[in-house]
Design a protein around this ligand. Structure first.
Ligand code: SF4
Length: 389
């Protein structure tokens, strides 16, 4: 284990994330085609150059302006001077025995988030983060224990997709599905999440089908309503995890989360296209919410909502979180009760447990370390600040 002195030495040599100087240039990945065309023309270049840039960014997945080789040198030079490229960089990658890849993603200010790429038969799903950390502090989640550092910007969300797509070799199954189930609560960062979804589903940009994108919330009613009103056509998943309000309060006590009955009401009014259903996720915790009564109560709560249920046996984090995974027999029994109540119920096991565990377990540790290091670095520098003024 590192001593405080070791950590301080390390901290003194590493710039704290907040001291990265801000770059005032607009971010290229945030520009709409209309905006990019207007700026291109305003600076004396033909408007169709903007469409070529879009092609390079979203169809050929260029990682830099230099890669856009069919653009004239003077236009490329202008782009590089006028815009910051944006997006993210992959800081580390761990490949699991089950084929999933955990990507540790570095943002422009040094903060870290994670994305997970999961192959599954004919599908390849990418799990995206929407915030650096999370303010909600759900008791069963490691990310939540570190608090929120900041929101991810639109280009950082989009950049996770673009960076992951560059990793998939040509000829292999491309990324077919996206889920907002990584770090953070996407419906507390609606402006950036919705803008990124707009770009991901725009046929002139990435062009993914909205039906293949799922936004998952821990229960923010205002955000659920906003998602419905935005009419993006994406799927909604809600992490319920409890069959009574009292149980949910113990597990997910944050005041920004709404009451169970209000969340279910929001689910009832959420606009669903034909044959679409809301997914309710339920993390099964041994001895906490996995009893027969819980299964019956859950079935009654969801009555009348077009939905399916995802049961997620908890992925244990020994020494860090106080919950255990239920025995397989409990999981099966829980599923059976709900199936007998005519629900479609699947059991989802975490992927990539051997490379950093489930949601938040890779970047969560590292961000906590960075935050700690940054505070120590501040402590080393700041004590004399008053004396100097
Ligand atoms: S489970 Fe999701 S909403 Fe809850 S603390 Fe973790 S990241 Fe945040």
């Amino acid at each position: 284990m590192k001593s405080n002195r070791d950590i301080q030495r390390q901290s003194a040599s590493r710039p704290a994330p907040d001291v990265v100087p801000a770059d005032p240039r607009p971010v290229l990945l945030r520009q709409s085609l209309v905006e990019l065309t207007a700026e291109t023309q305003r600076h004396g270049f033909p408007g169709y150059r903007a469409r070529q840039v879009y092609q390079w960014l979203y169809k050929q997945i260029a990682g830099s302006i230099e890669e856009m080789t069919n653009l004239p040198a003077d236009y490329r030079a202008w782009l590089a001077e006028f815009y910051r490229f944006g997006g993210v960089e992959i800081a580390d990658r761990r490949v699991s025995a089950d084929g999933s890849q955990k990507l540790l993603i570095r943002l422009h200010d040094g903060r870290l988030i994670e994305s997970v790429l999961m192959p599954d038969g004919e599908r390849r799903t990418l799990c995206l983060s929407s915030q650096v950390g999370c303010p909600l502090g759900c008791r069963y989640c490691l990310t939540g224990q570190g608090g929120l550092l900041r929101n991810c910007s639109m280009d950082e969300i989009l950049g996770q997709y673009l960076a992951a797509r560059r990793l998939v070799p040509a000829g292999q199954i491309p990324i077919t599905h996206l889920v907002f189930m990584g770090m953070g609560e996407p419906l507390l960062n609606t402006a950036n999440v919705f803008a990124a979804i707009g770009r991901l589903t725009d046929p002139r940009a990435v062009g993914l089908s909205p039906r293949r994108i799922t936004v998952s919330t821990a229960g923010v009613v205002k955000g659920i309503d906003a998602l419905g009103e935005a009419n993006l056509g994406v799927k909604l998943a809600v992490s319920l995890n409890a069959s009574t309000e009292e149980q949910r309060q113990r597990l997910m006590p944050n005041r920004r989360l709404d009451r169970l009955e209000d969340i279910l009401e929001a689910g009832r009014r959420f606009p669903l296209a034909k044959q679409r259903r809301i997914t309710f996720a339920y993390v099964l915790l041994d001895g906490f919410n996995d009893a027969l009564d819980d299964a019956h109560r859950l079935g009654r709560l969801l009555h009348g909502i077009r939905c399916k249920i995802n049961l997620i046996p908890f992925n244990p984090v020994p020494g860090l979180l106080p919950f255990r995974r239920p025995p397989e027999a409990h999981v099966q029994r829980f599923q059976q009760i709900l199936a007998e109540m005519n629900y479609t119920v699947s059991i989802r096991y975490s992927k990539g447990e051997d490379v950093g565990g489930a949601c938040g377990q890779l970047a969560g540790h590292l961000n906590a370390q960075i935050l700690y290091d940054a505070r120590l670095a501040d402590a080393l520098v700041d004590p004399h600040a008053e004396d100097q003024s």
